[in-house]
Design a protein around this ligand. Structure first.
Ligand SMILES: [Ca+2]
Ligand SMILES: [Ca+2]
Length: 225
């Protein structure tokens, strides 16, 4: 009986501890990004846990310089640094490296009171195509629950889609990344896709392999705490 009583008190203590953990406001999410393209490596992702007061980009509005740097050169550092300095952002993290076609990477972010997860990455064999979502609503995701969505490609609108080798930083071109000039329509919009040399754009460094059908990326989110 004594042993049983002791077990009972240990069990009770365990439940109380679990109860305390549930009241902890810190929430942790595992965000897995999967590259669904045929020949478009994705640049190191930016994953941002934030409230609705923060906006990474807006369809129809000019891209920030930070997004321009990511979309033209695959460089997420300014985007992450600016997000970290924003009071509406709980945590901003970069991926470990490029994600090859068919590959995936997981990034964990945590904080309390966030409503959204934002994700952005460049399709590196393009001028300024990126994929992502400004605000994936995670406010109703309970601990242990998962959600996923597929996303298409956007054109940052900050570089003309010449497809020339000199302007494509990915392995298909080996050319320039970010350039401060804005020789495009200067607003973010859905990407119409690449033309490629196989479809008559003689100066294009791209071929049929580099085309994509949307979606280009899958995002899986699991709330783990
Ligand atoms: Ca463009
Ligand atoms: Ca530019």
């Amino acid at each position: 009986m004594k042993a049983l009583a002791l077990m009972g008190s240990i069990l009770a203590a365990g439940l109380i501890m679990a109860g305390c953990a549930d009241k902890d406001d810190n929430r942790e999410y595992k965000v897995t990004v999967t590259n669904l393209t045929n020949a478009q490596p994705l640049s190191p992702v930016a994953v941002i846990l934030h409230g609705k007061g923060y906006t990474m980009y807006e369809i129809g509005a000019p891209a920030s310089v930070a997004l321009e740097r990511l979309a033209e050169g695959g460089d997420n550092t300014l985007l992450i640094a600016e997000a970290e300095a924003d009071t509406h952002v709980k945590e901003a993290k970069g991926g470990a490296g490029a994600i090859v076609p068919g590959g995936a990477e997981s990034v964990r972010v945590s904080g309390d009171g966030a409503e959204c997860i934002g994700v952005a990455t460049m399709l590196v064999n393009t001028n300024d195509a990126f994929a992502g979502s400004n605000c994936i609503d995670i406010s109703k995701l309970h601990e242990g629950e998962a959600m996923h969505l597929n996303v298409g490609a956007y054109d940052a609108g900050t570089e003309g889609n010449s497809e020339s080798a000199a302007t494509i930083p990915g392995p298909a071109g080996g050319g320039e990344g970010f350039n401060a000039a804005r020789d495009d329509r200067d607003f973010v919009a859905a990407h119409g896709g690449v033309v490629t040399s196989d479809d008559g754009l003689a100066a294009s460094a791209l071929t049929y392999d580099h085309r994509w059908d949307n979606p280009v990326m899958r995002i899986d989110i699991v709330r783990i705490d």
